[in-house]
Design a binder for this molecule. Structure first.
Ligand SMILES: Nc1nc2c(ncn2[C@@H]2O[C@H](COP(=O)(O)OP(=O)(O)O)[C@@H](O)[C@H]2O)c(=O)[nH]1
Ligand SMILES: [Mg+2]
Length: 451
């Protein structure tokens, strides 16, 4: 529960950003949105420390000195273990900035070329092989170090909050996130083993010319591997951008979530309930924005958002927009304002809406709940029955639903403003109760932490 509170703190700046505008906005790319609270996330890194090791040639063979040996051994032996901090929320905002593979390569080549031989070696052949081995070793480390940072800093999906896990799956497709990280790790391992092998060969050269040739061969080989497999790093660049641009929800703030079929009037109600102008959040996989607004009441700020509409079909057939709605309801502590349109104007028949409603109500019965019948200005005396439906349906629940919606539903109209006062009052009560729920869960968590 502690995690809940540290979850995602920065919706204000982030939520308004569409994925496309994020990518196209140099101001944002220059770091404005890579802050989480006071923590700044690096937009680059230096591998300076890795260049300072010294090397010696023992019996013609290249050997790193003790500190360097430790680094080199660690490179091959340590299986990189990403830390598994379950449910540390806001993980996407902590992702490191990833460099394009060509930039990693050119920076590594530049740095490696600047490495000079150990001072005091008079013999030309020895000096050259010492230089070659050091340059290859440096190149290998400069290439491998950033990859290692990425593998460590991109969290294990299993340790993420389930909501963020769902977002990864919905955005990148099942298993793709892990697959790209696995390929980056495999590139890193190849770079380390090929780099070491060639540095060692170079250190065994018998002449200046041979040392030069081996340095050249090793460099070409590492370049070739990076060119061939660096695509994984470029994919990781895109993954980081996509995930970082995801709208952020504050979990410690009560959220009212509007749910219902498409076009029933959810966004219109979010606009009406919001104190300011709601922001449009674009999840990278949605074609339509999701509105996010705020309600201020007794000096407290609450969130109100709509969800992409749900259709009457089984989960297997649901698209990502619908899956997003289900992920929000399944994993975030929201209060639900369920919107029913009995006028038929939305395109989903009241009886289909009744079926979706029953299903969602059953699945999310723990949530605080309020029902609203929208567009009541359009409602005539007799219930709306679509031509495609059976008129004489023998289901009293559906018949009742077509007339009135669920029991206790508030009838509202955005056009005539009917019922809006009552709706606002009920929403305030609901959010106050949601606030109490969040606080009591936090207290329980704090109590548990103390024992
Ligand atoms: N007549 C009438 N139309 C409404 C009302 N509320 C929403 N609409 C219209 O219904 C359509 C869908 O509304 P929208 O809020 O986008 O629905 P959403 O898809 O559920 O977010 C829009 O054309 C709205 O103008 C209402 O109270 N009365
Ligand atoms: Mg909408």
């Amino acid at each position: 529960m502690k995690g809940f509170r540290c979850f995602i703190r920065q919706h204000q700046c982030q939520a308004a950003l569409s994925f496309k505008s994020f990518l196209g906005n140099p101001k944002l790319l220059s770091g404005r949105c890579v802050h989480v609270g006071d923590v700044k996330h690096p937009t680059g890194f230096s591998c300076k420390s890795m260049q300072t090791s010294s090397y010696e040639v023992v019996k013609g063979s290249y050997k790193p000195t003790t500190a360097a040996t430790a680094v080199a051994e660690e490179e091959t032996n340590t299986k990189v273990q990403p830390s598994l901090e379950i449910e540390s929320l806001g993980a996407f905002q902590k992702l490191p900035m990833v460099m394009q593979s060509v930039d990693i390569l050119s920076s590594a080549m530049r740095k490696a070329r600047r490495v000079s031989p150990t001072k005091g070696i008079a013999n030309i052949a020895k000096r050259e092989r010492n230089k070659g081995a050091k340059q290859l070793d440096s190149l290998m480390k400069e290439l491998a170090a950033p990859l290692k940072v990425y593998i460590e800093k991109f969290p294990d999906k299993k340790g993420l909050h389930p909501y963020e896990r769902s977002l990864i799956e919905l955005t990148l497709g099942d298993g793709n996130y892990e697959e790209v990280i696995r390929r980056v790790d495999s590139l890193r391992k190849k770079v380390v083993s090929v780099g070491k092998e060639h540095a060692s060969l170079c250190a065994k050269s018998l002449s200046k010319r041979e040392a030069e040739e081996r340095l050249n061969q090793g460099t070409c080989k590492l370049e070739e591997i990076f060119h061939r497999e660096g695509k994984a790093v470029d994919e990781l660049v895109n993954i980081a951008k996509t995930l970082r641009a995801m709208p952020v929800v504050q979990l410690e703030t009560p959220t009212l979530c509007l749910v219902g079929a498409p076009n029933v009037g959810k966004s219109s109600l979010v606009r009406l309930l919001s104190s300011g102008k709601p922001e449009i959040c674009n999840y990278p996989f949605t074609t339509r924005g999701v509105l996010m607004g705020h309600i201020v009441m007794n000096h407290q700020r609450f969130q109100v958002t709509d969800t992409p509409g749900l259709l009457s079909r089984s989960d297997e057939k649901r698209n990502n927009l619908e899956k997003l709605t289900l992920a929000v309801l399944s994993h975030l502590p929201t209060a639900i304002l369920y919107v029913h349109d009995l006028s038929g104007e939305c395109g989903t028949s009241p009886s289909d809406q009744c079926m979706i409603y029953k299903e969602i109500r059953r699945r999310f019965k723990e949530h605080l709940w309020l029902d609203v019948v929208s567009k009541c200005d359009l409602l005539q005396g007799s219930p709306v029955i679509f031509a495609s439906e059976e008129n004489d349906i023998d289901d009293s629940e559906v018949t009742q639903y077509r007339k009135e919606g669920p029991d206790g539903a508030i009838r509202v109209s955005v056009k005539t403003e009917e019922g809006l006062g009552e709706l606002k009052e009920s929403v305030h009560e609901l959010l106050a109760t949601q606030m109490e729920r969040i606080r009591s869960k936090e207290n329980v968590a704090d109590g548990e932490a103390l024992t």
